[in-house]
Write a protein that binds this ligand. Sequence first.
Ligand SMILES: [Zn+2]
Length: 283
Amino acid sequence: MRRVNGEEWRLPEPDSEELRALVPGTVEQRIYGFLFRRRQHPPTMAEIEAFAASQAGRHATHVNRRVRVLRECGLDVPAIRDGKEFRYHLKGWRPGGPRHPGPRISDKLRAQILAPQRCAQCGRTPLDHGVVLVVDHKVPRDWGGGDEPENLQPLCEQCNGGKRSWYQSYSGHADEIRAAIGHEEVHRRIGELLKALQGQWVPTELIGIVASAAAYQEDYQKRTREFRTLDWEISVEKRYNEGARVRTYYKCTHWEPWPEGSISAEIRRRERANKAAKTDGTA
Ligand SMILES: [Zn+2]
């Protein structure tokens, strides 16, 4: 049990199975152990480097980056000034607890994604607002999202934290969402998501993520409404009381089996037929 109460998380013991599950990389795990044992007397970067060299030989390079990996795992490791030096304090977990950094994104790719220096969600910047930007996976790794640039964006830590807890609220449907994302046709991705969450209000952000998993979809809300052409029952609701933004939700209460062949072709065919029927009626 890492979670002590609510948002409190306990630090794993060095060399434990728990640590190995939370922190990738043996050098990082050893540096964690060093910081853990030195919590009462936090080391400088020079001391961490000397320790890493004693463990891994002369080639224990990028020690700075390895400390950053620990931070990316959700650990709170602030560098606190002590005279002319900085000491690295292993304080615990940051709000939200452990994260799964998975395979590392290269420094080059990270720099490329963070280059706009602006949170893609709230628009705040490190320069003007003092926020810390992190690389966010639009489609989370748990749902099959990868490290390709199209799936990455800069988010401030606050937006990133909010997004992660939001994702966790769908963790019970992770398998179905991953399956929905795996379909090639955008309509099938959206439809399978709505089927998985049938009877529930689904926020457009979630539909957008699932719709845009293979390639960015600008018109995913229109795609969602098109299901009505296929005789699906889809309700729409706008909510104004959720912070500054208006949130749109969709709910599917009835769905039909998928047509043979292309779904979008079937929608277009039915739209033409409906239009023709309407024209006949008014003529
Ligand atoms: Zn933000």
